[in-house]
Design a protein around this ligand. Structure first.
Ligand SMILES: Cc1cc2nc3c(=O)[nH]c(=O)nc-3n(C[C@H](O)[C@H](O)[C@H](O)COP(=O)(O)OP(=O)(O)OC[C@H]3O[C@@H](n4cnc5c(N)ncnc54)[C@H](O)[C@@H]3O)c2cc1C
Length: 385
């Protein structure tokens, strides 16, 4: 029986959930607060095999692939010595395909274009100011910034960690950050401004004493560069120092003026994804440190796994029966990804005093565990293929 579902947020999580639920004939209303896509280059992200499997389930793989650049190898390198610590072929023989970078603008545009082709989805531009559940009538209700109210059978909150849905799920309490430990400086540099060696189809992670640098090429001839500092104070100076130590990027005069600075904040984990008729997904449910490049990938997996669970249900089981099962499964799966991403952050960018110990441990083979963790996450627990 088709239900009316309202999705708040047109980021990757909201678009993915809209595609997933529309596949099953539900009536969808997607609400976007019209922040739209900025004029500046939005940089890129990496999508691992589990993300592509999710996009396949959402029938959006080919559309996103048009904005992708396949990456052939992942390297971890000691910034101080230039020593390669890990060389991970991203090839079919190791079941690590597809692995590709995508432009952020490209994936959002591709998914939105797909959503717009669906007759059972309508789009509303508004900011949502409140959500609630009516348990007697089994309805969800939300208020828009123009004062109008809309009702539906369910509200899916894909409005980010500080959004109103996460607050609602947690009983109306504001979500307070646990702490900000690191800072990320993101910039897209034209490939013509950097040496050819950094433009190769690889993703490189350079481990320094005051943080780490990640870079990989994008399909639109830019290098996506993320410099993560191991503290939030003195971040920009540290970021410049890290870049100066890079053997090829140091001399390029890359300016940190036009960068997107993101404090990497630790948030309390969400111990329930469902309250009444309101459900959370994506960063709203499981904002995670970016060190294993899994935030968006897990948002896609939320949607794809729900779609798969609905498909496997007999006699069109109502969402009321399916959602608690889905939320329970996803919360268990996400826990280990969150743990691994947090641990990677501590290893990639430890406090400076611990960085020497990290390098020594790495020298004795202490990083061998990383490929095993990545292979486990990439082989995906949530989707049967
Ligand atoms: C430095 C860095 C690097 C990263 N690299 C990767 C990577 O390589 N691979 C990867 O998979 N992930 C990566 N991530 C994570 C990824 O970017 C996020 O997990 C993902 O974009 C989150 O998507 P989302 O849709 O949940 O949230 P968002 O993108 O934050 O979308 C939330 C949406 O909700 C809307 N909204 C909010 N409030 C309201 C409201 N009241 N009313 C209406 N609309 C509202 C907003 O306008 C927005 O459109 C990285 C993150 C960082 C910080």
């Amino acid at each position: 029986m088709p239900e009316h579902i309202i999705v708040i947020g047109d980021g990757i999580a909201g678009l993915a959930m809209t595609l997933a639920l529309a596949q099953h004939g539900h009536k969808l209303t997607l609400i976007s607060d019209a922040r739209g896509l900025p004029d500046r280059h939005m940089g890129g992200m990496q999508l691992a095999p589990n993300s592509w499997a999710a996009l396949r389930q959402l029938s959006c793989e080919d559309e996103v692939k048009a904005h992708a650049k396949p990456l052939e190898v992942m390297r971890l390198i000691a910034l101080a010595t230039g020593h390669t610590l890990i060389h991970l072929p991203l090839d079919a023989a190791h079941h690590r395909q597809p692995y590709a970078s995508v432009t952020r603008r490209g994936i959002l545009v591709a998914m939105m274009e797909k959503v717009k082709t669906l007759a059972n989805v309508s789009l509303i531009t508004a900011k949502v100011t409140a959500v609630s559940s009516d348990m007697v009538n089994k309805k969800a209700c939300l208020t828009l910034d123009d004062g109008k109210t809309i009702g539906g059978d369910w509200v899916f909150g894909a409005d980010g960690i500080t959004g109103i849905c996460r607050r609602y799920i947690q009983g109306g309490q504001d979500i307070k950050p646990v702490r900000s430990v690191r800072q990320a400086y993101r910039i897209a540099v034209p490939l013509s401004d950097v040496p050819e060696v950094v433009a190769s189809a690889s993703t490189s992670v350079w481990l320094g004493r005051e943080g780490h640098i990640v870079h990989y090429p994008l399909c639109d001839d830019h290098l996506n560069l993320v410099v993560t500092t191991s503290s939030v104070t003195g971040g920009e100076k540290q970021a410049k120092q890290l870049l100066d130590q890079h053997p090829w990027l140091g001399g390029c005069g890359i300016l940190l003026d036009d960068v997107l600075v993101t404090p990497l904040t630790e948030w309390p984990r969400c111990d329930s994804w469902l309250r009444g008729r309101v459900v959370v997904t994506g960063d709203s449910a499981h904002q995670m440190p970016p060190h294993l490049a899994q935030g968006a990938g897990q948002a896609l997996a939320d949607a794809a796994s729900l779609s798969q669970l609905i498909s496997s249900g007999k006699n069109g089981a109502p969402l009321q029966d399916i959602l608690p099962v889905w939320a329970g499964q996803r919360m268990r799966q996400i826990r280990s990804v969150l743990d691994a991403a947090s641990a990677a952050g501590r290893v990639f960018s430890p406090p400076p005093a611990l960085a020497m110990m990290r390098d020594a441990a790495v020298g004795f083979g202490g990083m061998a565990v990383l490929p095993r963790i990545l292979d486990r996450i990439w082989s995906d627990q949530s989707l049967s293929r």
